[in-house]
Write a protein that binds this ligand. Structure first.
Ligand code: ZN
Length: 210
């Protein structure tokens, strides 16, 4: 199980693998790739959450009751990252469910976006996104199951982790994936707006994002 903390200061960047089920078999290798990257400043936290656990989707609130879910939440609370990447893997048979244009209605999160080579990026579960501030950059990266060295995944991770803040990330992503990021921005602005309203309403005026 990898747990590495490198560098110091701000921004704090965190990337987690093995979020649930047996995904670590695919995703942990990207933590090792990140160790070889030339990342500028700040603190970098790389962590495998679980090597094997029950599979419960992070979109299900029961995930937070699992040992894995509790560990993930405590790491986020401890390090308070401004840049957060959550690595996942998916089976080919789930592809259409993940990019489904109606995913927002069905699952409460926008569809993931295909950036090529089967790599999908998108929003973090609202239960996890709530632990961050609106200004933080939080993304999920889904790699096809079993692909431990997917070049597109490595490229995306390196782009994100080498930036100082979400403005720099967005600018670089727009240059690299203009069409996909245009769609992503439309989805996520709406998602974040709704999430912040919902959070405020549900907590009787206490802002959980603070
Ligand atoms: Zn997953």
């Amino acid at each position: 199980m990898m747990f590495v903390v490198l560098g110091d200061g701000k921004p704090v960047k965190m990337m987690v693998a093995g979020v649930h089920g047996r995904e670590a078999a695919t995703t942990e290798s990207y933590l090792w790739h990140a160790l070889e990257m030339d990342l500028d400043e700040g603190l970098l936290v790389l962590a495998t959450i679980t090597k094997g656990s029950k599979y419960i989707s992070t979109l299900n609130p029961r995930y937070l009751k699992l040992k894995a879910g509790k560990k993930l939440v405590s790491l986020i609370k401890k390090f308070k990252p401004q840049i957060y990447l959550e690595l996942h893997s998916y089976s080919a048979s789930n592809y259409w469910r993940l990019v489904d244009p109606l995913r927002k209605i069905r699952k409460g999160v926008p569809p993931l976006i295909d950036i090529g080579d089967g790599v999908l990026i998108g929003a973090v579960s609202p239960y996890i996104r709530r632990l961050f501030s609106l200004e933080d950059f939080c993304f999920v990266v889904e790699t096809p199951k079993g692909q431990r060295d997917n070049e597109r995944t490595i490229e995306f991770i390196e782009l994100v982790l080498s930036c100082r803040d979400r403005f720099e990330i967005t600018r670089k992503l727009r240059e690299k994936f203009p069409q996909q990021i245009k769609i992503a921005e439309e989805y996520y602005e709406e998602y974040l707006r709704e999430l912040s309203h919902k959070t405020l309403r549900n907590s009787w005026g206490r802002n959980l994002l603070d």
